[in-house]
Design a protein around this ligand. Structure first.
Ligand code: NAP
Length: 293
């Protein structure tokens, strides 16, 4: 029987790519979201979409019916995983799910306070097999979280100094997730998903400048200037503290780890930052300035 593969966060950065990669393989996808209407609007009526909301446990069992494998991610706004995500894991086991592919965080074994660490611990003992995709910093943060500063001010405003990042493209995470959801041999394995090299933000800005044809400058603010600027523009405090901590880790060289797992699994090199910038260049294009009449 062709069991549907459940994809949580199907409209998120990564979930969208997991759905796309599964569809390319002809796999039976069930896209799970708080709003199935939004999924149909995005992917069309042909895709099976179900309501699945971590805040509404009554949505779990119907969404999980007949599912053997699922892609699970923690929405960034949820930190209380014990209260909101553990019950979804329990419901998955009760519904007969056999394998959970969980989107985790690179270096999570050192970050015991991270919700991903607690999720991994719980999944290891939940009675299902698991695969942990420990991703490094998404390239796509640069066309989402950081899009305005690059597009409007021609700058990257990140307090990471000369620290390097092994940027990963979420399209590669989607491809790896689809592979582990449709093949055997990935049970109880952990994969580190990174790009093939690590770059600092001066190098990243240089690549932006070359591709976009205008100078993008890396500002490298101090942590204090970063926090002050983000408070001024109304960034919510919990989010601000997490990003400040993350970029400080990068400054200390903790985001530079490069792994060969993407190449090994996909049989091709990970997407490079330059390719990503070329593919998403319209995100940073500036509207034409109106001259004097
Ligand atoms: N950004 C990075 O560089 C990075 C690196 C490594 C790991 N990670 C981890 O990756 C995860 C974020 O992935 P992402 O960027 O793909 O997330 P995202 O784009 O923010 O998407 C979140 C998804 O979760 C859905 N969602 C929100 N609330 C929900 C709820 N109550 N119940 C069910 N679904 C809900 C959202 O649906 P709506 O669209 O309806 O809100 C959306 O589809 C986080 O755990 C983060 O820590 C991030």
């Amino acid at each position: 029987m062709n069991h549907p593969i459940l994809v949580c966060g199907a409209l998120g950065n990564v979930g969208t790519q997991v759905v796309k990669s599964l569809l390319q393989q002809g796999a039976p996808v069930r896209a799970a979201e708080p709003s199935p209407e939004a999924v149909r609007h995005h992917f069309g009526q042909g895709l099976e979409a179900v309501r699945f909301d971590f805040h509404r446990p009554e949505t779990f069992a119907p969404a999980l019916q007949g599912v053997k494998r699922m892609f699970l991610m923690r929405p960034p706004q949820i930190s209380q995983v014990e209260r909101l995500l553990f019950p979804a894991v329990d419901a998955a086991r009760a519904a007969g799910v056999e394998q959970v592919i969980f989107l985790s965080l690179i270096g999570v074994e050192r970050i015991r306070l991270a919700p991903h660490f607690r999720m991994e611990q719980y999944l290891r003992t939940c009675g299902m097999t698991w695969t942990f995709l420990r991703a490094s910093f998404f390239m796509q943060n640069l066309n989402t979280v950081h899009v305005a500063e690059i597009r409007n001010r021609d700058e990257i405003f990140i307090p990471a100094g000369h620290g390097k990042t092994s940027f990963i493209d979420v399209r590669d995470i989607g491809a790896v997730a689809a592979l582990t959801l449709t093949q055997t041999g990935h049970e109880n394995r952990t994969y580190d998903l990174t790009g093939s090299d690590a770059l600092d933000y001066y190098q990243a800005a240089e690549q932006f400048s070359q591709v976009l044809g205008r100078t993008i400058t890396y500002r490298s603010p101090s942590l204090l200037s970063y926090v002050a600027a983000k408070i001024r523009n109304g960034t919510p405090l919990p989010y601000l503290l997490i990003t400040a901590w993350l970029y400080d880790q990068t400054r200390r060289g903790m985001s530079a780890q490069v792994s060969g797992d993407v190449q090994r699994l996909l049989g091709r090199p990970p997407i490079r930052l330059r390719q990503y910038i070329e593919d998403y260049r319209s995100a940073w294009s500036q509207p034409p300035r109106l001259g004097p009449l």
